[in-house]
Ligand binder design. Sequence first.
Ligand code: UDX
Length: 443
Amino acid sequence: MTERISVIGIGFVGLCTAVGFASKDYTVVASTHNAGNAASINKGVLHFYEPGLQEPLLNAVKSNHLKCVLTREEAVLNTDITFIAVGTPSQPDGSIDLQYMKNSAIEIGKALNKKRTYHLVVVKSTVVPGTTEKLVKPLLEEHSNKQCGHDFGLCMSPEFLREGSALYDTLHPDRIVIGEHDKKSGDLLTTLFKNFYSEETPPIVRTNLPTAELIKYANNSFLATKISFINTIANICEKIPGVDVTNIAKGIGLDRRINPRFLRAGLGYGGSCFPKDVKALNAISLQLGYASPMLQAIQEVNENQTKRAVEKVKMKLTELKGKKIAILGLSFKENTDDMREARSIPVINQLLEEGANIIAYDPVAIPNAKSIFKDRINYASSSIDCLKDADCCIIVTGWNEFKKLTPENFAQNMKQPILIDGRRIYNPEEYSKKVKFAAIGLG
Ligand code: UDX
């Protein structure tokens, strides 16, 4: 039997799950309460920027393997397995907002009440340990009037995709984590994934529900730790003339116990996951009575990276008031228009506070950035346009397009060719000859 799949929520995780299954000929029903987004999906049009997802989405819709509906009930009643992939945004105290998860569990529960056959529910959203067992399960049981582990199954299987390569990551994961409420649920999901990935099935780690939930936080917090660690080393490098953090990263990255990935020093991590997940893990830890110095330090190092970059600008220009600063890159990383927790936000805010005038350019994120900075900054139509008459330029996002800029581009267009490489995309030797060059982690 080929299971029919429903997916609740059509953000990065939900839509990649839906398109992934549809691309392998499963019948998939996605669901959202947003009528505009549903209409867009049903036309095969992506409602956010993500390279490599548009075409597979259109193929999935055209071939009738994917459709999007407006009610959880319709999605659940017409399928066998439901993945919940709704957002779990951060609250001011660092804990996560579970309202979408709660509403989904209630609506799925009500739909299960109308179903005669066994159904498997899989939580994919990032949720704190205990949520699936203590929140999702009771709501499903209460509203379905059925018993979990008997009438329906329940698993928690976190997603590790990166924006910018989201569908690729969904189709080629390093491993699959399955947290299971009971053996039958876990067996069913294992079989689904084995059929889906066939000979490319990665290692599958089967655990209980809270372990799977914690694996996701531990995973992202570990990657954030690597970034804050290399940024700490970068800050030490800056104090030692002739030492460059990129060489240190190379030197340690070749140790297979460390590996070279996530050792790029710079302005720090942003995005919809790392900041939120480290904060949430810290909040969970505190709640459990353990104040982790490490989780706090990871965040502190990250926050300080942007302040240090602004200090570098100040050192070069002495006075920021009235100076024109060019910002290259607004999104939280390259290949996305996502502005969530983008490092451009604290950088620009700090520069504005000091009285600087900002002109910014990003290949795709300007529309999203406009809703944050409004008319407090100016927007350029190209990187060269952005550099015109600027007193200083900061590379905030490592877009490929910026890597192609030559030292002459800076020297010839800027009023003062002061360049701060916040993402370490340029060769210091080459650029230092023609511009006043400073970079994170360069002694
Ligand atoms: C991340 C995780 O990688 C993914 O597994 C999880 O499911 C969601 O969160 P994403 O936020 O899309 O994915 O981006 P990622 O490529 O991990 O980068 C996150 C941030 O760290 C970006 O701001 C990036 O610029 C920064 N980063 C990354 C560094 O500063 N240095 C690095 O070496 C790597």
